[in-house]
Design a protein. Sequence first.
Length: 362
Amino acid sequence: MPFTGAMLRLARQRRGIRQNEAAQRLGISPTDLSRIENDAKEPSLSFLEKAAGEFGVPAEFFSLTDRIYGAPVSVHPMWRKKAQVTAGEMDAVVAELNVRVMHLRRLLQATDINPIRTIPQLDIEEYGSPAKIAALLRMHWMLPAGPIPNLTQILEEAGIVIVHSRMGGSSVSGVTFRVPGLPPLIVLNSDQPGDRMRFTLSHELAHIVMHQFPTPTMEQEANEFASCFLVPTKDVAPHFGQGRVDLPKLAALKRVWKVSMASLVFAADRAGKLTTSQKNYLWQQFSMNHIRTSEPPELDFPHEQPTIVTSLLRAHVENIGYSVAELANILTMNEAELPEFYDMSELIGTAPNRPKGLRIVK
């Protein structure tokens, strides 16, 4: 059987297993495992079968020749958990991204996505600021003034593929992968609340629209874009009224705008509705009520559910006629592993609404 050492490494890293631990599990030295992963030593068939069992993949996975990509332009952590993403977390996240790209490439061999929106490339140096670019994109997509009810749907209509993942329990809140020949892929950490997930999605959209190359200020720029795209200053200003901006008002507006109370404080400040002392007092209230670390759970709202990948899977099962086992085979996965990546309950029963622009190609 042909063998690709990089695929062995990818399978190991996706499971978050360090090389020394993997070598011990597989009964070889770390040096030999390193040589195998770098195609400097030919593995035995029994070794590959054991590795397949340890890493939860079919042995055929190790013979794939797909290109493996490194870390994307931006990977940012969930600030409420910790400030840094460890090397091990990064390896696992990037490995999962590569596997998802491999799946997407195979799913799109028999199906097609025809977006009804286009994604412009808007450079900050040309357009002035992330806030201006956010306003331009809303105009380009002809979004009405006010809150965006379903951000996920808007991005999917632009051909952006969105998936939710626990990301191995890592601190990464979201990441965008752009590879040649495929639509942009955004993976969102499913462990974050709905308001944070929408902000993360808007943040990742900023990278797609504004950032072709990494810069020292790109994260700050993406945050500014995300805030202004979700809560345009001129649209939200009248909602604060002429009275005092306090916690009850922020809580009420969170239900309308579907962003965090903290985001609304920044929006009120941008709109000139807060003096410095009022803003400082609000942040003190946030700290006293522990809102900075966890906003009131009664204000939470359900995650927006992406539909493109589910529709691609359903197209293969219902329209093309694959069994679930055959679907796992074309994705080079164990059938039991499918639920780790996809909600298999969506492949049974009533079909969800297919996103506009999804075309089945047989």
